[in-house]
Design a protein around this ligand. Structure first.
Ligand code: ADP
Ligand code: MG
Length: 157
C-alpha cells in the first residue's frame, strides 16, 4: 500500500491537515488516532470537528468521561480510551450504538478496544518528531475505506 505521510510543523498546520481530511468524511465513518500522549490526537480532532462546523472551543480531551459528543454537520463521537485497561471496563457502554451509528466516530487509543475494535476504519498514526514537528501517516482498513483514502489524500497534499 502507498505510504501516506504528511509532516506538520505546528499545531495550526495539524488543524488544517485534519480539516482537509475531514471534508470527505461521511456518516458512519470511524477514525482511529494513534500516538503517544502529546502527539496531537486531540489537536487533530479539533481540526476535524472544525471542518464539520463544530466550534473549536468545544473540543477537548474526553479522558475522564470516555466520550464527548459534538453537534456539527454530522454528529461526532470523540472517544479517548487511554484509561481503559481491560475490554470488560467498556461493557456498560453502548459502544456499538455509537460507532456503528449515524455519526462520525473519532477514537483516541483504539488499541485499548481489543476484540471490541471495529474492522473497517481510517487510521492516523502520529509520530512525535520534535517539539513542533509531527509526522502524520494515514492508512485504512477495509476496501471501501481504502479506496476513499486515496481520494482524501489527494486533497490534503
Ligand atoms: P494527544 O491528544 O495526542 O495527547 P494533544 O493534541 O492533546 O495530544 O496535545 C498535543 C500538544 O503538542 C499540544 O500541546 C500542542 O500544542 C503541541 N504541538 C506542538 N506541535 C504540534 C503539531 N505540529 N501538531 C499538533 N500538536 C502540536
Ligand atoms: Mg488527547
Amino acid at each position: 500500500m502507498v505510504k501516506n505521510k504528511i509532516l506538520s510543523h505546528n499545531p495550526e498546520e495539524t488543524i488544517l491537515i485534519a480539516a482537509k481530511f475531514a471534508r470527505n468524511l461521511r456518516a458512519g465513518d470511524i477514525v482511529f488516532l494513534k500516538g503517544e500522549l502529546g502527539a496531537g490526537k486531540t489537536t487533530f480532532t479539533k481540526g476535524l470537528a472544525q471542518a464539520l462546523r463544530v466550534k473549536e472551543a468545544e473540543v477537548n480531551s474526553p479522558t475522564f468521561i470516555l466520550m464527548n459528543y459534538y453537534e456539527g454537520k454530522l454528529p461526532i463521537y470523540h472517544f479517548d480510551f487511554y484509561r481503559i485497561n481491560q475490554e470488560s471496563e467498556l461493557s456498560t457502554m453502548d459502544l456499538d450504538e455509537y460507532i456503528y451509528g449515524k455519526g462520525i466516530s473519532v477514537i483516541e487509543w483504539p488499541e485499548r478496544l481489543g476484540k471490541l475494535a471495529p474492522q473497517e476504519f481510517f487510521q492516523v498514526d502520529i509520530g512525535h518528531k520534535s517539539e513542533y514537528q509531527r509526522m502524520f501517516e494515514f492508512s485504512a482498513a477495509g476496501e471501501g475505506f481504502r479506496i476513499r483514502l486515496e481520494k482524501m489524500m489527494a486533497r490534503i497534499k
